[in-house]
Design a protein around this ligand. Structure first.
Ligand SMILES: Cc1cc2nc3c(=O)[nH]c(=O)nc-3n(C[C@H](O)[C@H](O)[C@H](O)COP(=O)(O)O)c2cc1C
Length: 164
């Protein structure tokens, strides 16, 4: 099983706690993770054949957090070809912001998909006003997400490689 890189966009640290929980849970499943803040990332942050977890909140009026702005803009303007890149998404927001609920993660999802990356598993849009702890939701979610990821690791059928 390949390793996983988690990219974190956060303003007040909740997404970071989410990433930590995911790292702990996946560690327990024997998956090595590396968590990295989106600060300083640019359009070269993705490699074909690798899988990433995008873990980001929403700020302003449906914007990505400050530490994700430069990264997002770089992807938007340089438009790298992300064919062969897989990603999962754990998004954070608050339904109090009805018009822009979870727009930060949703903007990442749309952009990465437009650039050719493949969304793995079901994305989560956590609602801070729902009364659930984001990190607890993430800990439970990631185990199911792992199954989706594993399902993609199944090697292609061997039949084509057999001599005729
Ligand atoms: C000033 C401010 C603006 C926000 N704007 C939005 C928004 O437009 N849409 C949304 O869904 N959540 C919004 N939120 C909610 C945050 O995304 C949510 O609280 C999240 O859990 C924070 O995660 P973080 O600590 O990782 O930044 C806003 C929160 C604050 C304080």
């Amino acid at each position: 099983m390949p390793s996983l890189r988690i990219y974190v966009g956060t303003m007040t640290g909740t997404a970071e706690m989410v990433a930590q929980e995911i790292e702990d849970r996946l560690g327990g499943e024997g998956i090595a993770c590396e968590t990295q803040s989106m600060d300083g990332l640019d359009a070269t942050a993705f490699t074909a054949g690798e899988t990433y977890l995008i873990c980001t909140s929403t700020y302003g009026q449906g914007d990505v957090p400050d530490n994700a702005q430069q990264f997002f803009t770089s992807l938007e303007t340089e438009r790298p070809d992300l064919t062969g890149v897989g990603f999962g998404l754990f998004g954070l927001g608050d339904r109090t912001y009805r018009e822009t609920f979870c727009f930060g993660p949703k903007r990442f999802q749309t952009l990465l998909t437009e650039l050719g990356a493949r969304l793995i598993g079901e994305p989560v849009y956590h609602d801070a006003s729902a009364g659930t702890m984001a990190e607890e939701v993430a800990g439970e979610w990631v185990i199911g997400w792992l199954d989706s990821w594993r399902a993609e690791q199944v090697p292609p059928r061997c039949a084509a490689a057999l001599p005729r």
